[in-house]
Design a protein around this ligand. Structure first.
Ligand SMILES: [Zn+2]
Ligand SMILES: [Zn+2]
Length: 233
């Protein structure tokens, strides 16, 4: 199992270093760890140069394989805040709607904006598409995710703290559609501190309850994950 949605001090409001997250990943028995700090656009986040230089921490720490990505922001015109040269240096992009840099435009436009970002060759994941404050057309989203080789997140932190509008209801809607269309998902801890790295228990319980197909979960096997983001074996 890998945790590919974790944050470090580079996000400004997270509290572990790459080393501390890696140590926590080892203690949880993960084979891989993805560092996916927020992209510029969210207050307190470091600049793109600093974000990309996290790679200097190396590819293997405490026996855990380390991947370097970003949790990018979708903007109201369907663009992302981190693009071009900097994005190309990273292993993968997770794109998500964040209220600090996005204004709700209703389900149709919100979904179209996300889909535009999903078409970027570096985007392999969508974070927490469950917040009812930014409604989505789930049928359209799940079909687009399949078409563009993107996995949708089941965000453990959002299940554990379900204060967002309709979070649990929305999660069940898109998981059902992922089963129907055989669209991939990933389980993310969205850890903002090392103790949260690899925290998947609520997500795993939910997936067990609904009988979700393990084959569709991208981060439960390292080879599957590497192939999915085009790194191969
Ligand atoms: Zn954050
Ligand atoms: Zn995150």
């Amino acid at each position: 199992m890998l945790d590919i949605h974790t944050h470090t001090t580079a996000s400004g409001h997270a509290y572990g270093t790459v080393l501390e997250n890696a140590m926590a990943a080892k203690e949880k028995g993960l084979t891989g760890l993805g560092i996916s700090d927020h992209a510029p656009g969210i207050p307190g986040v470091c600049g793109p140069e600093e974000l990309c230089s996290l790679r200097k921490n190396g590819r293997s720490l405490y026996g855990v394989n380390i991947y370097y990505g970003v949790e990018n922001n979708v903007l109201n015109d369907g663009a992302m805040t981190l693009t071009g040269h900097y994005l190309s240096m990273l292993d993968y992009c997770i794109v998500g709607i964040h209220g600090t840099c996005y204004e709700d435009l209703g389900p149709e436009e919100n979904t179209d904006n996300l889909i535009r970002c999903m078409q970027d060759p570096k985007t392999f994941f969508v974070s927490h598409p469950d917040d009812g404050a930014f409604p989505l057309d789930y049928e359209k989203l799940v079909l687009a995710a399949k078409e563009y080789n993107v996995a949708l997140e089941l965000n453990n932190s959002h299940i554990r703290h379900p204060w967002r509008k309709d979070t649990l209801k929305n999660i069940l809607i898109y998981l059902d559609l992922c089963i129907k269309y055989k669209t991939n998902i990933f389980i993310g801890s969205d850890a903002h501190s090392p103790d949260q790295v690899g925290s998947f228990s609520e997500a795993i319980s939910l997936l067990d309850e609904i009988g979700f197909d393990d084959d569709l979960i991208i981060n439960n096997n390292e080879e599957k994950f590497r192939a999915f983001i085009g790194l191969g074996k």
